[in-house]
Design a protein around this ligand. Structure first.
Ligand code: BGC
Length: 513
């Protein structure tokens, strides 16, 4: 694993909505470069940039038309390369979003693949042999090609699935090509070419979109794991320092495939939503939340990945509700106490550090649908368009949070009691203590028969730290089976540690043990 991942804290940037420096109402790469010092001062050491490549933007850029060219609305390849340099100069790293599973229909590969005559790209995508035969269980795109066939799709119906082959091709369906067929192997090499291109240009690795779904008819992921192992071997040869983080949600599989870390996802069996995004989230003061199912699943994933459990827990992302939709600022501070003391690299979604709100009732923008409200422009200050852009407000990519009390960076930097100030403090505590960082161990403690408080021990390099977190509105008294030492961080009411430890409402403390 690249050394820098050990204590990395990521900041996810949705480029459309971060900072516009050319007044067209949409964020750009130079805007990100312009704000690097802010991200660094927050304490983040790395950036995950959502797709910034040429695209018809039917899925906000996750429908790539040209993997090797920055979308003109964001700037140029040179701008992106300058961002890499400027980040490196500040000791930071940048990972790009790699979308290996599908392209836009406007991608040159797909335009060629739709042709009736056989060509170099005929087998680049998953096609059936007849327009009347659908690829079962995959969704399909049909009726726009001269070629007689249906093309499988991966997400929206305008995102044709690239062909990496079938793990168990059905012998009666000749169009299901094996993983080692010429077409499937050519797609894999094309993927490596894209990675090679950006890694040579100075990027530090990739967040890989839908990483677990490349090989088809691959129930337990064996085919996709072996594909990524081959990619890992290529990286080990040519770019051993490249970081790979998967959107897969099954670390036992993704880490085997050579990924360094995997995301905890807001869908599937992770119980992530129990924490922040359900009807009675664990981190709300109401104190009716449940965390036991999350802990059990987390421990299971950790065990299955040989105790490594490099699971990145995001504060949010461009696909889910904002943290602030369910939690108050004080509740968010406690939630960040948890997020920034867990193993795996934490990911802070832009704006979550100030508690940006989900903007309700927006019309969908670029395939965002319900996700659009979490993608609104960053709120920098109280000037025009919250300092995001000098364009006229009706030109903004997505409307701003209309609330006149919307949070902003400038005000929160000046307020020692803000969410932003708490996040800064927490990151700096994490940076000072290897036990709190990515690779340290974790053991959840059973100190109470109830769901609150949450207690765990983080450990690394001979250092052991106890985290005691009580998001609820009531006091709990717990008995700790060991002596507790110096407090290295606390927020909220003071936890009085002793034989009977009293944990006041909305408190979070870290102690040496
Ligand atoms: C991305 C989404 C995108 C989808 C299809 C996801 O997991 O995060 O934003 O719509 O993949 O590429």
């Amino acid at each position: 694993m690249p050394k820098w991942l050990d204590n990395a804290v990521f900041y996810e940037i949705y480029p459309q909505s971060f900072k516009d420096t050319d007044s067209d109402g949409i964020g750009n790469i130079n805007g990100i470069t312009h704000k690097l010092d802010y991200i660094r001062e927050l304490g983040c050491t790395a950036i995950w940039l959502n797709p910034c490549f040429k695209s018809p933007f039917g899925d906000a850029g996750y429908d790539v038309e040209d993997y090797l060219t920055v979308a003109p609305r964001y700037g140029t390849n040179d701008d992106l390369i300058r961002l890499f340099h400027e980040a490196h100069r500040r000791g930071m790293h940048v990972i790009l979003d790699l979308v290996p599973g599908h392209t836009a229909v406007t991608h040159k590969w797909f335009r060629e693949s739709m042709k009736a005559e056989k060509n170099q790209y005929t087998d680049r995508y998953v096609w059936t042999d007849s327009v009347w035969e659908e690829p079962q269980g995959m969704g399909s795109l049909k009726g726009i090609s001269d070629r007689d066939g249906c093309c499988a799709v991966n997400f929206f119906s305008h995102q044709p699935a690239l062909n990496y082959g079938f793990y168990k091709p059905d012998p009666l369906k000749k169009w299901q090509q094996p993983m080692d067929s010429e077409g499937a192997l050519a797609t894999r090499e094309a993927l490596k070419d894209i990675m090679r291109f950006w890694l040579s240009a100075g990027c530090d690795g990739f967040r890989v979109d839908m990483a677990g779904s490349l090989v088809k008819n691959d129930e337990d992921g064996k085919g996709t794991i072996s594909l990524w192992q081959d990619v890992r071997a290529f990286l080990d040869r040519e770019f051993p320092e490249a970081a790979m983080i998967s959107e897969w949600g099954e670390p036992d599989k993704s880490l085997q495939g050579g990924f360094h870390m995997d995301f905890l996802l807001h869908f599937g069996p992770s119980h992530y939503n129990d924490l922040f995004r359900c009807d009675k989230p664990y981190f709300s003061a109401e104190g009716k939340g449940v965390i036991s199912a999350f802990k059990a699943k987390y421990n299971e994933s950790r065990e299955k990945s040989g105790g490594r459990g490099l699971i990145c827990i995001p504060s949010g992302n461009h696909d889910m509700d904002r943290l602030a939709r369910r939690l108050s600022p004080d509740e968010m501070k406690i939630a960040f106490g948890f997020l920034l003391s867990m193993p795996g690299a934490p990911f802070i979604y832009y704006g979550d550090e100030i508690g940006m709100r989900y903007v309700e009732n927006l019309t969908s923008v670029e395939g965002g649908y319900g996700r659009t409200g979490s993608r609104s422009p960053m709120q920098w200050d109280r000037s025009l368009n919250a300092g995001f852009s000098c364009a006229s407000p009706d030109k903004l990519y997505i409307p701003l949070d209309p609330d006149k009390n919307r949070p902003d960076v400038k005000s929160q930097l000046a307020d020692g009691d803000s969410v932003l100030s708490e996040v800064k403090r927490l990151i700096s505590v994490r940076m000072d203590h290897p036990a709190l960082q990515s690779g340290g161990g974790i053991e959840f403690l059973d100190v109470s028969s109830e769901e609150y408080p949450l207690c765990y021990i983080r450990s690394a390099e001979g250092e052991k730290i106890l985290a005691v977190i009580n998001p609820s509105g009531r006091t709990y008294v717990i008995r700790l089976p060991f002596e507790v030492g110096e407090c290295i961080y606390s927020n909220g009411g003071e936890i009085s540690v002793g034989a009977d430890t009293s944990v006041p409402p909305r408190s979070c403390g870290f102690y040496r043990i």
